[in-house]
Design a protein around this ligand. Structure first.
Ligand code: ATP
Length: 386
């Protein structure tokens, strides 16, 4: 028997009508793309979602047009109520869009009949914040259950479940019930269960929000590992910016049901354009320390030695990185680092430096003009000792 983890995932069944084997599908209401996308590709086409609540219609999603590329880790962030869950749940049709369509590997999931939907949900695993495990069943039985329901032969179930429990690091916990597991171990069971049908997509709904920081790290590492080893697409929603920073390739920012910003994580985090993105990232930005702020004056002191305090920002674009020697040389005076924070995401350096320079012969703007920083501004002046 082919080992579960090495097996090639089935080719996407796009355009094959449910219940008709490999027979061509009936003409679709909308034309599918000419070229089959890679397995694990999700395309949102003008997706809108309106809920009919007691208080009136709630427009949860509006005009979402974007592609989740196959094989990457795609994060969705946004304030509470921005529409993250609604969008995620349209992928496996737990929610149906009110407008537009969602295509998985080219196939409009809205057109699937019941059998087609069962097939789709086997190709799309899902994990949840609160794990959703059956408390009366053992770890092994929780993971095996979807295979039993699908009528998979016993021998194959034994092999797949064993391999998956090894993969998620639960070798010694086969006969334990969820009540005796830690949160991280429960999520590992959830991950193993989500992978039993060899999905091409894994949806993660706040998968680490109930976990402590150390366990979160271990689950994120496992997700990254699974993404690389199995090549599946991961789509996750989270309110933790650190999760996005840690494992995502691309990030989408939702605000009021609209996609307001999307791009590689380094780009969106390094140079957030939309106010909603800036607000979400604000907790990662540290204000000037009080003592430094207290010493700053708008104008240079009337007498005595003083230094200009300059803030330099780096967005990660074009390989520009903080270089104190170049900064000092360009300003014509040594720069003293007062404060700052530099991060590196996906090989791009972003962050800010706050420096003090006495007797500069060039202006802060010159540093930008010379490609030494992406943005600069004078924060004020401080008196210094001789
Ligand atoms: N079944 C429903 N009926 C009515 N309104 C709903 C329903 N589900 C979601 N909503 C509303 O749709 C909007 C988007 O909700 P959604 O859960 O998608 O947002 P979210 O970004 O995931 O929020 P959170 O981070 O708080 O989970 C919210 O205003 C929410 O109250």
């Amino acid at each position: 028997m082919t080992p579960f983890l090495n097996i090639e995932r089935p080719k996407p069944t796009a355009f094959v009508a449910a219940g008709q084997g490999h027979a061509p599908a009936a003409p679709a209401a909308s034309e599918p793309p000419d070229v089959l996308p890679a397995a694990g590709t999700v395309v949102f086409e003008g997706v809108g979602k309106t809920y009919q609540a007691a208080s009136g219609p709630v427009h949860a999603l509006r005009g979402i047009d974007l592609t989740v590329p196959a094989g990457g880790i795609f994060g969705i962030i946004g304030r509470s109520g921005a529409g993250k869950s609604s969008l995620l749940r349209t992928i496996n049709r737990l929610e149906r869009p009110s407008e537009g369509r969602v295509r998985v590997d080219g196939q409009d999931v809205g057109e699937l009949d019941e059998n087609g939907l069962v097939g789709l949900r086997r190709r799309i695993g899902m994990i949840f914040q609160h794990f959703n495990l059956l408390s009366a069943k053992t770890v092994w039985d929780n993971v095996a259950l979807p295979l039993v329901v699908a009528g998979v032969p016993k021998q194959e179930i034994r092999q797949r479940v064993g391999e998956l429990l090894d993969l998620v690091g639960l070798e010694g916990k086969h006969s334990v019930r969820p009540g005796r597991l830690s949160g991280g171990q429960k999520q590992r069971v959830g991950i193993a269960r989500a992978l039993v049908h060899r999905p091409e997509i894994l949806l993660c709904d706040e998968a680490t929000s109930a976990l402590d920081p150390e366990t979160t790290q271990s689950i994120l590492k496992l997700l990254r590992d699974i993404n690389r080893r199995l090549g599946l697409t991961i789509v996750l929603i989270t309110h933790e910016m650190s999760v996005i920073r840690e494992i995502c390739d691309q990030v989408l920012v939702l605000e009021g049901g609209r996609a307001v910003e999307i791009g590689p994580v380094w780009q969106v985090f390094g140079n957030p354009i939309h106010d909603a993105t800036r607000a979400l990232l604000q907790p990662l930005v540290h204000d000037l320390p009080d003592d430094l702020r207290g010493r700053l004056s708008v104008d240079p002191p009337a007498s005595g030695p003083h230094a200009q305090v300059i803030e330099l920002r780096y967005t990660g674009e074009a390989g520009i990185e903080p270089d104190l020697a170049r900064i000092g040389a360009a300003l014509g005076a040594p720069a003293r680092l007062l404060y700052g924070g530099i991060d590196r995401i996906q090989g791009h350096t972003h962050g800010r430096l706050v420096i003090a320079v006495a007797g500069a012969t060039a202006s802060a703007e010159d540093l930008v003009a010379r490609g030494i920083a992406h943005h600069s501004r004078v924060l004020g002046h401080v008196a210094i000792d001789d």
